[in-house]
Structure formats: structure tokens, C-alpha cells
Write a protein that binds this ligand. Structure first.
Ligand SMILES: [Zn+2]
Ligand SMILES: [Zn+2]
Length: 71
């Protein structure tokens, strides 16, 4: 029962934006800092997020879904 599955190429895996379903395998995937879902560059923007641990606002990368749901 020899099961050899050598995966030597694990550099960049394909990803898909959860907002617009944009797919890419050439660039690095980026994730929203709030929902941690993979988001493309178009739908990821810097935003100030309140850190309750230290009471400071920090710059995070937030997807437009999380950004628009914030009042
Ligand atoms: Zn997108
Ligand atoms: Zn998000």
C-alpha cells in the first residue's frame, strides 16, 4: 500500500474573491481583516478598526462587505 503523493509545488494556490468571484492564480491571496475571507484588491480597502484590546484604532484591510455593513 504505497501511497506517494509528493506535492512539491505549493507556492501560489488559486484563490477566489468572495465579493465578485474574481479568480486568480498568479497573485497572492489577500484576506479581509474582519471576516478573514479572501478578497481581491478591488474590494479590499484600508479602514480604521477599533482594537478593543488596547483601545486604539488600527489600520486594517477590510472588504467592502464588512466596510459597508458598518454604520
Ligand atoms: Zn472582488
Ligand atoms: Zn470582510
Amino acid at each position: 500500500m504505497a501511497h506517494c503523493s509528493a506535492e512539491s509545488e505549493m507556492e501560489k494556490s488559486p484563490w477566489i474573491c468572495h465579493v465578485c468571484d474574481f479568480k486568480s492564480a498568479d497573485t497572492e491571496s489577500q484576506a479581509c481583516d474582519l471576516c478573514f475571507r479572501v478578497t481581491c484588491e478591488l474590494h479590499l480597502r484600508p479602514a480604521s478598526v477599533y482594537n478593543k484590546d488596547n483601545g486604539l484604532y488600527e489600520t486594517a484591510r477590510v472588504c467592502i462587505v464588512c466596510g459597508s455593513s458598518k454604520s
